[in-house]
Design a protein around this ligand. Structure first.
Ligand code: UD1
Length: 420
């Protein structure tokens, strides 16, 4: 329910192990990519999240058959469908709905997608997506809040992205896989989720080179096949539990995660005095008694991820000394600072930077999640605050964390959900 709350009593040291679920952002783009084939696709390790439910609703609305089979497995059958519209009611819930645009243009030569509109972390325009589709030959117009695109036949082209946008790289890569000829995406995003989408498309029969570099080359093919695919673990979920260990002076074994996916956080946590042991598929994080202040700057991958910035800020609030956090990916991703200040943090936001003077203790207060990762920051603050924190609007957290309170409780946290 939208009025559910988390009640968190701080002061518990978190210990034990936690299994990381499938990556939300990888699941969303790969679900969209299944539209590119008439065959059935089987997707495994899909996280049960409300964002995944929204993507299911979007593709069902198009007329596609989607079914949960075993626990985390989705069967998607896009053999026949003829609706090409993603309506406002769904896109406003999740802007990643725009990822069906490329596949729709490739399959039906038409797409009508609601403009996502503003959101808590910035204006987030979709101009790169639009420019990309125009380069591939589509006629695009924005009218009455909708992006309408049409094409006779997608043709390859050269695209330079002003910023290495994850969504635009993915959307263009999907459309280009079925276009005629060669597409080059320069200044492409290098994120693991982009690489995974590329690997998924290659398994379907696409011809793609340069994944994980800033020049991706796609040689269009006539047809793609259905595949059976396993989603990679969620690096942001893993990062959040790593910070939970650090902030509670705890000891958490984070299972089913490749440390390479979250290297920038590992480096910064070590700089802050956190002890980290890593193997091929797990990370153990041992929090010290006191955290050193460190500066971070968010950057496109492989830089420090913007999706971990709010959680890292929670840690900085209780560090020894002053930290500067600079956000370069989104222009307005500091909505969580107001509530951290309500809990006793000393933060000043100046433009794209936040200056955080560490305090000895945070104290519980009623607070509100304003977005997904900002909400995670408030949970982390609640885990170390004196007293009982009441966190509202937790539906934001259900978009991106599987069984959050269950996983935290198993680690020894005092957190429960109040359903209203
Ligand atoms: C994805 C992730 C999100 C993450 C973000 C940055 C998904 C579903 N979401 O979002 O969790 O925070 O990457 O790592 O994968 N931009 C434009 N025009 C565009 C597209 C983007 O100006 O057409 C700007 C954005 O406003 C932002 C920057 O580029 O400032 C990066 O955005 P982008 O990488 O596209 O983020 P998303 O794909 O929306």
């Amino acid at each position: 329910m939208d009025s559910d709350k988390f009640i968190i009593t701080g002061g518990k040291r978190l210990e034990g192990s936690v299994e990381i679920s499938g990556a939300k952002n990888s699941a969303l783009s790969i679900m969209a990519a299944t539209l590119l084939t008439k065959d059935v696709c089987i997707l495994r390790n899909i996280p049960h999240l409300t964002d995944v439910d929204t993507m299911i609703a979007v593709i069902r609305k198009l007329g596609i058959k989607v079914e949960w089979k075993e626990d985390n497995t989705l069967y998607i059958d896009s053999d026949y469908f003829n609706n090409y519209e993603a309506p406002y009611e769904l896109v406003k819930k999740m802007r990643a709905s725009i990822l069906v645009m490329g596949p729709l243009l490739a399959r039906l030569n038409k797409a009508k997608i609601s403009l996502p509109g503003g959101c808590a972390i910035g204006a987030r325009p979709v101009d790169f997506h639009i420019k990309g589709f125009e380069t591939l030959g589509a006629q695009v117009e924005v009218e009455k809040g909708y992006i309408k695109a049409e094409v006779n036949k997608l043709r390859g082209g050269d695209i330079y992205l002003d910023f290495p946008s994850l969504g635009a790289t993915e959307n263009i890569m999907m459309a280009a896989s079925l276009a005629e000829g060669v597409t080059k995406i320069e200044n492409a995003a290098k994120d693991p989720e982009v690489v995974e989408l590329g690997n998924f498309l290659i398994k379907m029969g696409a011809k793609i080179e340069g994944l994980g570099t800033d020049l991706i080359k796609i040689n269009g093919v006539k047809k793609l096949n259905g595949v059976d695919y396993n989603i990679i673990p969620d690096r942001i979920e893993a990062g959040t539990y790593m910070i939970a260990a650090a902030i509670t002076s705890g000891d958490i074994l984070i299972e089913k995660i490749d440390p390479l996916l979250i290297k920038p956080l590992i480096v910064k946590l070590e700089e802050a005095g956190v002890k980290i042991k890593q193997e091929k598929d797990f990370i153990e994080v041992i929090g010290p008694n006191s955290i050193n202040a460190v500066d971070i700057k968010t950057l496109p991958y492989p830089g420090f991820p913007t999706d971990i910035q709010p959680q890292f800020m929670a840690l900085s609030c209780v560090a020894k000394g002053t930290s500067v956090i600079t956000e370069t990916v989104f222009e307005n991703r500091f909505a969580h600072t107001g509530d951290l200040i309500r809990m006793g943090a000393d933060i000043k936001v100046e433009g794209r930077s936040a200056i955080i003077k560490g305090v000895k203790k945070l104290s519980a207060a009623p607070v509100m999640a304003s977005d997904l990762r900002g909400g995670a920051a408030l949970i982390l603050a609640g885990l170390v605050a004196d007293g009982t924190t009441e966190l509202s609007r937790i539906y934001h957290l259900d978009r991106g964390y599987v069984n959050l309170e269950k996983k935290l409780t198993a680690l020894g946290a005092d957190i429960h959900r109040v359903e209203e």
